[in-house]
Design a protein around this ligand. Structure first.
Ligand code: AHR
Length: 499
């Protein structure tokens, strides 16, 4: 008999939700603040390589194993002329970036981004401007990136030193076009019509590309989810993914509710899943469109967005703490639990701006959120499993009764590995836990990684970079297909098991 304060997780490798799309472990880099300049590209840094790319940043991004990087925005995208960012650097115009009131030197553009992606072994996900840009501009960029030489834009690429097409597979048709703040904002009908025509032209350039439609930029938008329905009704047969954006906040300093945010994340996915099914039915379509959560992160402590007309201003350099890392961990649990419909997720952003990494000219700091992201990106492969969880309940102001544990699991049959990811949301209580493997029993728990602490506000800093880091703890024994362990309060624990 188990007491009610004990938790149980039941794992059966036959209860598969879906194959996990590797694109769930993607990132986002925008020409905003110091993400590109001083983050990725910083010729003045002692860490710069011969092309100005930060070797220290590249090394950590490689370690983080992002499968794709979305670029170049963001709000920046909706005023961006991509032709400014290619060709000889001394001929590229300096512009006012109206989205972030910053000075854009265009020293980093499409070709530099492709070189960067190649260096870190990730797939580029390009955005086309649906604000000030035309559908022709969008198609021209596809030609520049993907067409063989012999025509204007492909020859332009070759003249810029890149004879072979880049073969960019993933393309976003605009950014947050539902937002009144967006340059060239459109209503859902206008956007739906423009996006459909852009998608058609882009696919005429290259029929193999996969397209992401702009969905709601937050579930709190007044036009959500109507925007999504309307845009999808125009575009369902022309796109592969529908985007969702969400930035988590704890303005109220209500940690119990904040740590239960997975309820909100799941309900956002649920609603959009319903919209996708509805539109599929009314379009009498045989194909599926999936969700792309292509901007997600915690963002509320530093919302600065005014660059004061300077180059590479310090904007939105959020410092993450332990509770933020636990929100990020459960967000990634949701990615696995909803992997049947969620196929892409891009962390916004990869460096300096609302990022797990902050640079100075000569050093680099890993914030708390680096740790859960790095663990998921490295370990989650194969299939997501539908785990059954019995856990004590706690009360939250925002979501009512919530389980103390938030759990997901991946099973990679080929690698013979099962990984279990568990957040203990309690601020004060240990969670004694038994894991029951119901069919295939692990031969051993190979390793246990844990991020934990007593202060939800604890954070890393350049002075104290290891205040909150993942530790490897003793692995429990497996007896009769069961393991027991005690999860400390405010913790994220990952068990890597060999089956
Ligand atoms: O990632 C920062 C900004 O947040 C992006 O530019 C925009 O798409 C979103 O509102």
């Amino acid at each position: 008999m188990s007491s009610s304060s004990e938790s149980h997780v039941y794992i059966d490798t036959n209860r598969v939700i879906s194959a996990i799309s590797p694109l769930l472990f993607s990132g986002f880099a925008e020409h905003m603040g110091r993400c590109v300049y001083e983050g990725i590209y910083d010729p003045a840094s002692p860490h710069a390589d011969e092309n100005g790319l930060r070797k220290d940043v590249l090394a950590v991004l490689r370690e983080m194993n992002y499968r794709s990087i979305r670029y170049p925005g963001g709000n920046f995208l909706s005023g961006y002329r991509w032709e400014d960012g290619v060709g000889p650097r001394d001929k590229r115009p300096v512009r006012r970036d109206l989205a972030w009131r910053s000075i854009e030197t265009n020293q980093f553009g499409t070709d530099e981004f492709m070189a960067f992606c190649k260096q870190i072994g990730t797939a580029p996900m390009m955005g086309v401007n649906m604000g000030t840009g035309t559908i022709q501009d969008a198609a021209n960029l596809v030609e520049y990136c993907n067409a063989p030489t012999g025509t204007k834009y492909a020859d332009m690429r070759a003249a810029n030193g890149h004879r072979d097409p880049y073969g960019v597979k993933y393309w976003c048709v605009g950014n947050e076009m539902d937002g009144p703040w967006q340059i060239g904002h459109l209503d859902a009908v206008e956007y739906g019509q423009k996006a459909r025509e852009a998608a058609k032209m882009m696919r005429m350039q290259d029929s193999s590309i996969e397209l992401v439609l702009c969905g709601s930029s937050h579930s709190a938008m007044p036009t959500y989810p109507e925007w999504d329905r309307v845009a999808l009704e125009f575009c369902y047969d022309h796109v592969d993914y529908h985007s969702m954006h969400y930035y988590a906040t704890n303005f109220e300093d209500d940690t119990p509710s904040y740590l239960a945010l997975s309820a909100e994340f799941e309900s956002f996915v649920d609603t959009l899943t319903g919209v996708l099914r509805y539109v599929k039915a009314i379009r009498r379509s045989k194909r599926d469109v999936y969700l792309s959560w292509d901007e997600w992160n915690v963002w509320y402590k530093d919302r600065s967005g005014d660059g004061g007309w300077t180059e590479a201003p310090h904007l939105s350099e959020e410092v993450y703490n332990l509770e933020d890392a636990l929100v990020v961990a459960q967000w990634m649990n949701v990615f696995l639990r909803r992997s049947d419909v969620l196929k892409v997720a891009c962390l916004a952003q990869i460096v300096n701006v609302i990022s797990p990494l902050t640079t100075t000219r000569d050093s680099l700091l890993k914030h708390t959120t680096y740790y859960p992201i790095a663990l998921f990106n490295r370990l989650a492969s194969g299939d997501a499993l539908d785990v059954a969880v019995k856990a004590p309940i706690y009360e939250t102001k925002k979501f009512g009764a919530m389980p103390l544990l938030d759990v997901s699991s991946s099973y990679d049959a080929a690698a013979g590995s099962n990984v279990v990811y568990i957040v203990n949301r309690s601020l004060t209580e240990d969670a004694p836990l038994t894991i029951h493997w119901q069919n295939r029993k692990p031969t051993s728990v190979k390793a246990v990684y844990q991020l934990a602490g007593t202060d939800p506000k604890a954070a890393n800093s350049f002075e104290n970079p290891n205040a909150v880091v993942t530790k490897t703890i003793a692995a429990p024994a497996v007896r009769d297909g069961q393991s027991q362990l005690v999860l400390p309060p405010l913790s994220f624990t990952v068990l890597e098991c060999t089956l």
